[in-house]
Design a protein around this ligand. Sequence first.
Ligand code: PAY
Ligand code: ZN
Length: 313
Amino acid sequence: ERKTKSFNFTAYHTLDEINSWMDTLVASHSKVVSKVQIGNSYENRPLYALKFSTGGENKPAIWIDAGIHSREWISHATAVWIANQIATDYASERAPVPKILGKMDIYMLIVANPDGYVFTHKSSSPFYRLWRKNRSVTSDPKCFGVDLNRNWDAAFGGPGASEKPCDEDYRGPSANSEIEVKNIAKLIESHGNFKSFITLHSYKQLLMYPYSNTGTNPPDQVELDTIAVSASKALSSWHGTVYTVGSIFNTIEQASGSSVDWAYNRGIKYSFAFELRDTGKYGFLLPADQIVSTSRETWLAIKYIMEYACDKS
Ligand code: PAY
Ligand code: ZN
């Protein structure tokens, strides 16, 4: 019998498996990674972030989250792979990770919506597997859950979010009403030195920047677009996967109360949202045999953004 169980990066995993994998990662790379509990979810599950740091107080930092929408399983799987890559690249002194971690800390919240994620694992029937929101009780006893990407304090309540609890994009009763959003916002605000905010979603193969709530360009549009074009070229260089670049408003749809708009409005200039593979053939049910290729190509784009933010910080 083997003493250490190796983690299978080519499969999707449950919340418990991801949480115990985090402990394994921390145990084997304890000099550079730690597990930070940033609070609990609505159903009282811990929200664990991985913190990559080579020491020092309040260094400029990069935020990466995945799984704010629970059905977007490729986002959690990609975040797991990338966390492992950051740790191993640091250990083997593979550029640019040592340079980035020399100057910055990286926080990764791999399962931003654990209650929803557990729900998606309850059954493969679409009602469970395709659950998007969290699982909080609403004013309608028949309908559960708030869309955590409509609940941020950024044009909250505007067009591009629903006020109806049964809708997939229900914004919730008030900005930050959801504990998952509140916990992330609290960590980022109290830290105060985040330079980049990256959120992983699926699907549609898009690399997007603010705004989502208006078609008006953000003040840094030209720079953000240039970064996104270069990052998506890096991504495509691996397997030829084609990404479209633009503001969320222009590439997908109007959305109010989104995390990226909130981050950008808080002064986190390098704020981006990824819509990972694919373009609709499998959609949210991306086959597990695409996890590693999706992760590898996404890592090239994220590495580009991180290095850019590092050089500018
Ligand atoms: O921040 O990515 C963003 C805003 C746009 C996404 C949203 O929150 O609605 C777009 C959708 C998502 O990833 O949640 C796209 C997918 C395919 C969906 O559920 O419609
Ligand atoms: Zn999403």
